[in-house]
Design a protein around this ligand. Structure first.
Ligand code: DI6
Ligand code: FE
Length: 409
């Protein structure tokens, strides 16, 4: 690809079928016989090839897509990609019948990932995250959100977020970072959740914000983690610093986390298996996206499904993401995640594809720059060897990606 011919900043993909995913149009925004033109990494035209203005294509390097489908580059809007080691041993213990408590007593759970991450260098964290990032990118992913949350003290949270930021220097991908210091109680907090929340709100979040290391602030609102009142203290600080918030809400029980997130105008509330109608209504009113995470539901053998019908009836937008993490969702395939969202939760093909493109962009506050094939957006494309878009959701463990384009390259 390179710029040897001097034209690489200006390209046209023609003879393609487009799923533009444009907001407000019906279904996938399909354009048969479509073309996309991009200049300097930005889409200048996306639509019918016959209607493309001559100026959009003049002098461009042209790619014949031979009738292939083009979607926006996929967006994984909820991952914990930066971690050290893995927890396959806990998986084996659970298969042998151990309960979560037994695993935790044997030194497992989130704190085992905290120990591993604290012992790892920043370089090591980058090196260990890259194969997972590569797996996502191999399926057409062009934007990935990465959370901290296994550091749980200032230095280690910063180390995680720096490692996450470095991933975008190592690969042609957009990385968005989220500070999830309020993920779990570290051992040195000795059971004092309020004191730890003080540390998060007064020290960690402000320091991370001052260093420009986080694009958003997240938390785990759950009986085994933090209460709505504790999360509110973290969110108050995030808001005061101008950082948007998101929340792991109502995953294992209904603490009304979705409603709390909505009351702070959160970009998204995530998991949501136990969210009730009032929570869905509050999210709709606030424009908070519901991020559906079927990988965690599957892996921990949850049986309560997120209230997809309530999200639909209230007009809550739904994103779909891997939740890639070592404990509850060791998943690095967004294609398989779509299949799970459809098969386990009944999302339609259109909802799944919107969930990993337009709505995932919305959940990251990036909808003005990514998530659809429209003029003015980043030229992030996935080109597929498929006959119909449903194939992207229907298959399990097969990758029909033909090419992945990030910022026009
Ligand atoms: N919800 C989850 O499912 C993960 N974190 C969270 O807030 C669990 C992360 C882990 O077990 O390592
Ligand atoms: Fe998560």
């Amino acid at each position: 690809m390179g710029g040897a011919d001097g034209k690489s900043g200006h390209r046209v993909w023609r003879n393609a079928r487009l799923a533009t995913m444009a907001d407000g149009v019906a279904g996938l925004g399909i354009v048969e016989k479509g073309a996309i033109a991009a200049r300097d990494g930005v889409i200048v035209y996306a639509g019918a090839e016959a209607d493309m203005p001559a100026s959009a294509g003049q002098g461009a390097e042209t790619v014949d897509c031979e009738g292939r489908w083009i979607t926006p580059g996929l967006i994984d809007c909820h991952t914990h990609l930066v971690y050290a080691g893995n927890r396959a041993n806990e998986f084996e213990m659970r298969l042998a019948g151990a309960t979560y408590e037994e695993v935790a007593r044997a030194g497992g759970g989130i704190v085992s990932s905290v120990r591993s991450l604290r012992a790892a260098s920043e370089d090591d964290l980058v090196a260990q995250a890259l194969p997972r990032l590569d797996a996502l990118m191999a399926e057409g992913v062009t934007t990935v959100e990465v959370k901290s949350g296994y550091g749980l003290d200032l230095d280690n949270e910063k180390k995680s977020l720096r490692a996450a930021r470095r991933l975008s220097g190592e690969r042609a991908v957009t990385i968005r970072t989220t500070c999830l210091a309020a993920h779990a109680l570290p051992p040195e907090a000795k059971g004092d959740k309020d004191a730890f929340i003080d540390l998060v709100a007064k020290q960690i979040v402000p320091a991370v914000a001052a260093d420009g290391l986080a694009d958003a602030v997240d938390g785990f609102c759950e009986g085994i983690a933090f209460s709505t009142e504790q999360m509110a203290r973290v969110f108050d600080k995030a808001k005061a610093l101008g950082l948007p918030v998101k929340l792991h809400a109502d995953q294992l029980s209904n603490l009304h986390g979705a409603a709390l997130a909505a009351s702070y105008g959160a970009l998204s509330a995530d998991h949501l298996e136990y969210t009730d109608e009032a929570g869905a209504a509050a999210m709709a009113k606030a424009g908070t996206v519901a991020t559906i995470l079927p990988g965690a539901y599957y892996f921990i053998r949850e049986t309560k499904k997120p209230p997809v019908e309530l999200f639909r009836s209230h007009g809550v937008k739904m994103a779909v993401a891997t939740d890639s993490n070592p404990g509850t969702s060791p998943l690095t395939s967004l294609l398989l995640t779509m299949n799970m969202a459809a098969t386990l939760f009944g999302l339609t093909v259109d909802e799944c594809l919107a969930g990993v493109t337009r709505e995932a962009a919305r959940a990251l506050g990036l909808l003005d720059k990514a998530g659809t094939l429209e003029a003015g957006k980043s030229a992030d494309l996935a080109i597929w060897d498929i006959e119909r878009p449903a194939e992207l959701v229907y298959r399990m463990g097969f990758n029909p990606l033909h090419a992945r384009i990030w910022r026009g390259q």
